[in-house]
Design a protein around this ligand. Structure first.
Ligand code: 9MG
Length: 260
């Protein structure tokens, strides 16, 4: 399976690592330390040298409890970083955004892929994704980041997530976005209990029948902390690596990670 990302091709017959580059001051894992362009570039370069094939640039924190930000703030954080990386590094750039305006500006700035935790549900997002003509990752989330962990509940987690992702694939098809440009993500930690998350991980192969590549983000998440007796976020590297390996064994094509 090959993923065509603008002028790049990712061969998905082998797994790939997507490195996280947050530009948010309240980011749960990077704490805004890559806020300046030079340090963002430096971090991107480090991740590239350490094996990342994709760098995911995000300006909105989606950690549990995070509040929404203004569009202009997101554009100001993300677009200069995309331009800087595009001009300096030989790497595939993903933009972590749900805003159509950010998707359009990011494509002009050199982005190769869209990563939308809201699965193109915002007004104008489907049209923007069609227009930029880049692969898009559709992620499942129950609720919104500010409240999603308050009481996540499902009648059947696997069926519910599968049903949602199938519907979003259909919405993409209706908007003219083909399977060859779609990736799916069950959204670990996004409106899910620890039990929900591990049930999804154990059954990741269930999503193979949707016939598009699978991307997962498990790195540093609370489900890892729980399995490690409540370790803090910066002390979850081994658990994150173990979870990423399990995900790949169970069919994930791309793993989104913080640590190399
Ligand atoms: C932006 N972001 C944070 N966590 C994520 C995850 O698990 N998957 C994807 N696709 N994006 C994520």
């Amino acid at each position: 399976m090959k993923l065509h990302c603008a002028n790049r091709v990712l061969d998905l017959s082998v797994p790939h690592v997507m490195g996280v580059l947050n530009t948010t001051p309240d980011s749960f894992s990077d704490g805004g330390s890559y806020a300046s362009l030079d340090s963002a570039l430096y971090r991107g370069e480090q991740m590239l040298k350490q094996g990342a094939r994709i760098i995911d640039v995000g300006g909105e924190s989606t950690r549990p409890g995070a509040v929404k930000i203004e569009l202009q703030q997101e554009l100001d954080r993300v677009i200069p970083v995309v331009e800087k990386i595009h001009g300096n590094l030989d790497v595939c750039i993903s933009v972590d955004s749900s805003s159509p305006e950010v998707m359009l500006a990011a494509q002009k700035a050199g982005a190769h892929m869209i990563n939308d935790v809201r699965a193109l549900q915002r007004d104008g997002a489907l049209e923007a994704a069609k227009k930029v003509n880049l692969p898009v990752c559709l992620m499942h989330m129950q609720g919104e980041p500010d409240t999603m962990q308050s009481n996540p509940s499902y009648s059947h987690i696997l069926d519910d997530v599968y049903g949602f992702l199938s519907e979003r694939i259909l919405a993409c098809h209706e908007a003219g976005i083909e399977n060859s440009q779609i990736l799916l993500d069950p959204g670990f930690g996004f409106g899910k209990s620890v039990e929900h998350n591990y049930h999804l991980l154990a059954n990741l192969k269930h999503f193979e029948s949707l016939a598009v590549p699978i991307l997962v983000g498990l790195s540093r998440k609370s489900m890892i902390g729980s399995a490690l007796g409540g370790r803090p976020v910066n002390d979850r590297v081994a658990g994150s690596v173990a979870a990423a390996v399990v995900a790949v064994i169970k069919g994930a094509h791309i793993v989104r990670v913080h640590d190399f």
